[in-house]
Design a protein. Structure first.
Lengths: 283, 231
């Protein structure tokens, strides 16, 4: 039974990683930007969420407000900064790297240096009995939330007109423009959605991973691994990669606690040597 | 309708277009011919705003579009059938015909009418654009431009690599456009296709229009044909 619990832990971590990686992957797929600020969106989401919970007492409000604020920040970053360096990799990377430091320092300034853990929402604060072992409901709710977001994103991408425009833009941005699609508006939209999802991951992951100075780097690193394993630009890759890395990380820490990062990066290297574009990436 | 006035385009150090000018009047099919590397595709890209002209002007329906963003040029009513078709692998045939659709000039093109014209596409509405044959991809690239109901269509080597049967299908389309009064700017290598459908022919060489004539004159002019077209 203990293995069921370990597996559930891995899956719930995987769902969080999916939320982080989905936006990163979409942004790279459409704009070829490696957004080093992505971990900062997570951190901001968690911190803003904690403040909203403290001041209003409403977990549900935090789940909406924090991602929306961070989404606005993502849109501003794209519209007023990254846009000036379209397809110019070095300035883009440096710019997102700069934002990573600025946001990290602003967070340190506002929320201090002590690690925080968000409270669990009252609705899922209890544990349930799983064959004699108690398991926190919150982790199960997290898995459900991750699946719901994955389903919503899939529907948006595959079943809506904007989703089709987005896929056209990823396939061939130039031809999409020539069909009258405002690809630069899609850029802003995708940046906002990516930031929204990462901040959502920050609020949802707050009670488990928490927020602290440096968490932005850790989260960014994991999200990059997920995206590299799953394949840049692919939502399915982000989901499968997230679950894979979540499980590997969890079981790695159980079996080889002294090699915690090893169990993530070795499989990544193996996958890359057989499929350089990742599991679901296109050449 | 469209006036390309003395445009210059560079790719890095090399000058691809050097003072190219031409015009397309309402209802006309204007063909542009010339050897590979003469600048035909670059001219199309300059009109579309994909490789904007460094100097000179592109005027469409009385407005200067030289520096306009590509999607705005498309929405103003310039349809584009790019060289090499460039269908979207992640979109189904149906999505290709929905995503770009709009009332446009009011010519009444819709998914249903495109499928009427190219029944092959109708049988493959749910398939990915990448799974189609070369000819079907060309039909799709044309259909995708049509459903926006453009006031002018640019077609860049539409018959390239097509079987004779498919070339005939495509001819049907150009004929239909002509009948509907939609002007076409056609870059084309196949002389017979041009002679059949064009109202005027421009010969491009080294980045500018060197010669302009009617199809009948071109057919009779062995000197121009051998000098610029190698036939």
């Amino acid at each position: 039974m203990i293995w069921v619990i370990h597996t559930l832990n891995g899956v719930s971590l995987g769902m969080l990683l999916f939320l982080l990686a989905a936006g990163l992957s979409l942004i790279y797929g459409l704009m070829k930007i490696l957004n080093l600020t992505h971990g900062s969106y997570y951190l901001l989401g968690a911190y803003i969420g904690s403040t909203v919970i403290q001041t209003t007492g409403s977990w549900a409000l935090a789940l909406v407000v924090a991602p929306l604020i961070v989404a606005a920040l993502g849109a501003v970053m794209e519209r007023f900064f990254l846009r000036r360096f379209h397809l110019d990799e070095l300035p883009q990377t440096l710019l997102t790297f700069g934002f990573l430091f600025i946001i990290g320092d602003v967070c340190l300034w506002i929320w201090g240096g002590d690690p925080i853990l968000l409270p669990k929402p009252a609705l899922f604060a209890k544990s349930i009995d799983l064959g004699g072992l108690s398991y926190p409901e919150y982790r199960l709710a997290l898995i459900a939330a991750g699946l719901a977001v994955a389903a919503a994103l899939w529907w948006f991408q595959e079943r809506t007109r904007i989703g089709a425009m987005l896929r056209a833009g990823v396939d061939d941005a130039e031809t999409a423009r020539a069909m009258g699609i405002d690809v630069s508006l899609l850029f802003t939209l995708v940046f906002a959605v990516g930031a929204f999802l990462a901040a959502l991951g920050g609020v949802l992951g707050g009670p488990i991973i928490g927020a602290s100075p440096g968490a932005d780097f850790d989260v960014m690193l994991l999200a990059f691994v997920v995206v590299i394993v799953g394949g840049l630009g692919s939502l399915r890759g982000a989901l499968v990669g997230g679950l894979l890395i979540g499980l590997l990380d969890n079981f790695g820490k159980i079996f080889f606690p002294e090699f915690a990062l090893f169990t993530i990066f070795v499989p990544m290297a193996v996958i890359l040597s057989f499929r350089p574009t990742g599991l679901f990436g296109r050449a | 309708m469209l006036e390309v006035d003395n445009i210059f385009v560079n790719y890095g150090q090399s000058q691809v277009l050097r003072g190219l000018s031409l015009r397309v009047d309402p209802g006309e099919v204007v063909a542009v011919m010339g050897r590979n590397g003469a600048g035909k595709t670059t001219m199309m890209r300059a009109i579309m705003g994909l490789t904007p002209a460094r100097a000179g002007r592109v005027v469409f329906k009385g407005g200067d579009i030289t520096k306009s963003p590509t999607h705005r040029i498309a929405r103003l009513g310039v349809g584009y059938v790019p060289q090499g078709r460039r269908v979207f692998p992640s979109l189904t045939v149906r999505e290709h015909l929905e995503v770009a659709a709009g009332p446009g000039s009011g010519a009444g093109w819709s998914l249903a009418r495109v499928v009427d014209l190219f029944p092959n596409l109708g049988e493959r509405l749910g398939q990915s654009g990448a799974k189609l044959s070369g000819g079907e991809q060309q039909m799709l690239a044309a259909g995708r431009a049509l459903v926006a109901n453009p006031a002018l269509i640019l077609m860049d080597e539409p018959t390239e690599g097509l079987a004779p049967l498919m070339v005939r299908e495509l001819g049907k389309l150009v004929g239909a456009l002509k009948q509907a009064g939609t002007p076409v700017l056609l870059v084309e290598q196949q002389l017979t296709f041009v002679l059949k459908y064009a109202d005027r022919v421009h010969i491009v060489s080294k980045g500018r229009v060197e010669h302009c004539c009617s199809p009948a004159e071109l057919a009779a002019d062995a000197d121009v044909k051998s000098r610029y077209l190698g036939v």
